[in-house]
Ligand binder design. Sequence first.
Ligand code: 5RP
Length: 221
Amino acid sequence: MKIKNLKKIVAKKALKYIPKNKIIGIGTGSTISYFIKYLGKIKNSIQGAVSSSNNTTISLQKNHIPIVKLNDVDYVSIYFDSADEINNNMDMIKGGGAALTQEKIIASASKKFVCMIDHTKQVNVLGNFPLPIEVLPMSYKYVTKELEKLGGIVKIRKNIITDNNNYILDVKNLFIRNPLRLEKKINNIPGVISVGIFSQRKPDILLISTKKSVKTIFSHN
Ligand code: 5RP
């Protein structure tokens, strides 16, 4: 089955976690764009959505889904998003779509987090997917040197300015055996806005589409 179809199937399955009359958070990416299309058909069942990127905002608007700002709500009931890589412990790499900072904020501000992936994103050790890091433009050379000290091979993502007017560094050659420790370490480098390791805020519910079915895994956080 094509990856595109696996993404559609898992996005449809996630609809069952949409709570009635609540504020929900929405991630960014191709899986989420299928989810938003399905959500558009039942848009009256939610109060509104907090968007994680300009692209997601455009998709929500096209589907006439009311958008609310994170600062205008008391809490977000549930956050829906995908990931680039996930290990058996539900630590993830995100940020392939350059939206990691707002995604991490909304995921952290949400009571629950539903992550939907196709099975190709499951790995034993994180790091085959280059780790995205959002950095302040004036700091990118310094941050690059600090990441090289950790063994990373760093490339600045070409022609990308994030929604927050920053740069993205993509870091290869990191075999991330302790994601929580590395997340904190990279967060501590001055100039880093956020790192695409999601270990402090992992999903509560993981949906994985395989060729045969969609598996559901509940975290024991
Ligand atoms: C965007 C993300 C996405 O969740 C991740 O890149 C997966 O995207 P897709 O659904 O297109 O495979 O982190 O910043």
